[in-house]
Ligand binder design. Structure first.
Ligand code: GLU
Length: 381
């Protein structure tokens, strides 16, 4: 039973609902094979961002596409990646267009775009890193949407990320984000290449980046347009994890990809190593809840002492949550006391509320669990 309950919150350590989120969009999602901007898909993506902003989530975008866009305009071969000089020139031309695309899309939703171009050195040097962090924080405070990219025009081979996956992970740290979503043209990490190996399976959650896991990646990109590939994504996951940040690789090819990610269990979620602490932090920062439990004064006191929430102390059940969903825990005056993962579906919680443990079995028709919300899955606000 404990193992089963453990599995649920692990998957629900959800970057999609953390207070500050970095979303990285790969070149192959921004542009079609001919190099034209995929305006319709992007409009859906920006609608997702606007919706999340309204719910109070702050979003930082990491947008690729400058090199590919510029290469098209300059008529450069190999998508502008034949040489470093080509990539630098393409980025200079493409970044202007890219900034214009984001400005127009965000403005259509009443949002203000802010361009931030970074080099590796900007984030490696402590003083410059703090500067970047302060700038991003100020932009978010002002309600702008930072749109980041590597400053490919001045970055040279030795001192560049080269891929926006790792840039996103590092920038997430600077931005004080607790989650990163890498939207990609692959739907996660597979045990083998799914294109050539029919038995390949997608990993839904990765708790530790062991050598076996690292070996599952190749450096190739499916579209040939970006420069990341799965290897860069795994390095990004490691980088994010070291900073206590959860990272997800998921399929961005669908309409409204953020909504899709939040409502389906797709992609691969990499949990940061300090998951227990991170989970509590995540719970505390959770924006949406599936329901609420109203508790009496005695239970409220017990919770403050670190106890689990017992059904006997629950006076009301609100919402249609499932076991493992996040629920708000409210006091009798309607004040928010905390959040936790429900140990029962709403229906069963209704049946047992107010009942002591020994009275619950006959009502439920099965042996009751020790608590409605276990202390390990509960955080007070
Ligand atoms: N910074 C590059 C660009 O804007 C993209 C890097 C990547 O493909 O991850 O074109």
């Amino acid at each position: 039973m404990v193992a089963a309950l453990e599995a649920i919150p692990a998957r629900q350590f959800d970057p999609a609902s953390c207070p500050r989120l970095v979303v990285k969009i790969g070149s192959s999602l921004l542009l079609d094979a001919a190099g034209a901007v995929r305006s319709e898909w992007l409009a859906g993506m920006v609608a997702d961002i606007a919706e999340r902003r309204q719910q109070g989530q702050q979003i930082v975008i990491v947008s690729s596409g400058a090199i590919a866009l510029g290469a098209r305009r300059l008529g450069l071969e190999k998508g502008g990646r034949a040489s470093l000089e080509d990539a630098q020139a393409a980025a200079a031309v493409g970044q202007v267009a890219l900034a214009g695309v984001w400005e127009a899309l965000l403005a259509a939703q009443g949002l203000t775009a802010a361009q931030v171009l970074l080099t590796l050195g900007d984030l490696e040097d402590r003083r410059r890193y703090l500067n970047v962090a302060a700038t991003i924080a100020r932009l978010l405070d002002l309600g702008a949407v930072p749109v980041l990219n590597e400053n490919d025009t001045v970055a040279t081979t030795e001192i560049r990320f080269g891929d926006n996956d790792r840039l996103a992970a590092r920038a997430a740290q600077a931005a004080g984000a607790s989650g990163v979503i890498l939207l990609s043209d692959v739907d996660g990490l597979y045990t083998a290449n799914p294109a050539t190996e029919p038995t390949a399976q997608r990993l839904s959650v990765v708790k530790s980046l062991t050598p076996d896991i690292m070996a599952m990646a190749t450096g190739e990109t499916r579209s040939g347009m970006g420069s990341g590939g799965m290897a860069a994504k795994l390095l990004a996951a490691r980088m994010a994890g070291a900073a206590g940040i959860a990272l997800a690789i998921c399929d961005g090819r669908v309409e409204r990809p953020l909504t899709h990610f939040a409502t389906h269990c797709g992609g691969t979620l990499f949990l940061p190593p300090r998951a227990a602490k991170g989970r509590k932090a995540w719970l505390a920062g959770r924006i949406t809840v599936a329901g609420a439990l109203v508790v009496d004064a005695g239970a409220a006191v017990a919770l403050k002492r670190g106890a689990s929430l017992l059904a006997a102390g629950v006076r009301g059940v609100d919402g249609r949550f499932k076991r493992g969903d996040v629920v708000a825990i409210m006091g009798s005056e309607g004040e928010l006391l905390g959040r936790g993962l429900a140990g029962y579906d709403a229906e069963d919680a209704c049946k047992i509320m107010g009942l002591r443990n020994e009275a619950q079995g006959p009502v439920l028709g099965y042996a009751p669990r020790a608590a409605l919300v276990h202390a390990d899955h509960l955080v007070l606000i």
